[in-house]
Design a protein around this ligand. Sequence first.
Ligand SMILES: [Fe+2]
Length: 501
Amino acid sequence: MISAIIMGVLYLFIGLSSDTNNLEKQILIEKKEHPREKRDSFEEKGLHYSNVVGKLPLWLNGRFIHISPAQYTLGDEKIWHFFDGFGLLTSYTFSGDKIGVCSRLLKTDQLKASLSEGKINLLGFAENFGEFFPLRTTSDGQKACTSNANINVMRLGEHYLALGEIPMPVEFNPETLATEGMFDYADDLPKKDAWESAHPKKDPETGIVYNIMYGFGFMSDLIIYKFNEKTLSREKIASHHVSYASYVHDFSITKRFIVIVAYPLVVNPWDLNGIREKSTESSFIGAFKWKPDQGTIVSVFDKNDGSLVQEFKLPPFFALHHVNAYENANGQIALSLLAYDDPKIILDLALFPDGNISPSNIRTITLDFQSKKASLKTVSNISCDFPVVPDKLLGREFRYFYAVCFNNCDDKRNGLMKYDLLQGKQQIFYRQGLLFGEPVFVPKPDGRSEDDGVLLVVGRNDEGYSLFVIDASTMEELAHASFKGAAATQLHGHYFGKKPV
Ligand SMILES: [Fe+2]
């Protein structure tokens, strides 16, 4: 492998398939240097402040924390896929006319092992330097579970957790961002040999947080569970055998249902079990195959008992993120997501996201229980991803969502978009030369309209970065604060108010 790196180009085979079905696609991740070297574009810094330009809302007094893949090199060794970088936590706090920022690497066992061994020791999404399942040998010879929890953050009770797609979160201190170690759920649900969504969903009325995972064993099991914040455990609602597990990054809830969209990017658990015997060039995602002939299966489950209510079949497509879903006045489920024609976006991100990436579009799915039919409609060809809606409208009827858009700005870079699903119109906020990350929506206390609140978003370039506070109703800037130095791409995060939200 090392010699191949020296040759400059490596290929990681995704979906190695000897299947003769012509509809199955063999997909390659090309391992080569990005023409604009973007690795490790971050700085780890303690809390420091910058003056605010403009005026902050007085009620904006919480803490905005996000995590991003950030560190991709260790000595001469490199991590090749954007999703696999070691995570960097960043927090923003608000105090009068200043905004404070603090950034710390998440000191996972994987990062610590890599540092102590002087080589990348990673069990990741597209990286596999040993074995897939999250068991690795520690320095004292013990087998231990580890994960690179670099995707999202959440609060469970009084605990702040960094989440990956292996169900083993890492706890951190929200004030100092110091890593406190693996967080061990007090339950018997899988903590290894499993893959889950890093996008748990909190019902705005009940406060119950739901999530889904695939447990891999002799067969694959789809497990629907909810968190218990008092016992710090996960409680299984239901599990279902599935012949093929789909790569499902996100899902939706409605008032009564859980909606899972299973794209035809699927894995047989036996292929996962065989990874380490097959090739050191294999990976978790490399065991998946794109089988468009299977179509996209939308499954609706009862939130209370996890029973399967209805399945619907749609043409093949792929998505990373749902926008939201709700039960409409006709008793149908209306679900919006940001769709790609195929999973090539996963390959594009191997070259880091500043390059050209596959376009997405905004699609709505209507699920009709009476006719047992689903319809799929492309409502806009605006290419965008990282959608957010107000927490209080999760699973409820909504009109607007906010996202990063990629092809609608004068300088052909990206911008922050507000999309009106009712009128099919968009508003774009951008600043020349800045790349924007995922926004978070912070509702105005006692706000009346759906868009009564602010968006927090980081825009960055090679010299520095700024946190913008944007009026979500007008998409105009209220304030910003700028910082020198490099910032990691802002992926998923959360605004933690003074009171639990
Ligand atoms: Fe995500």
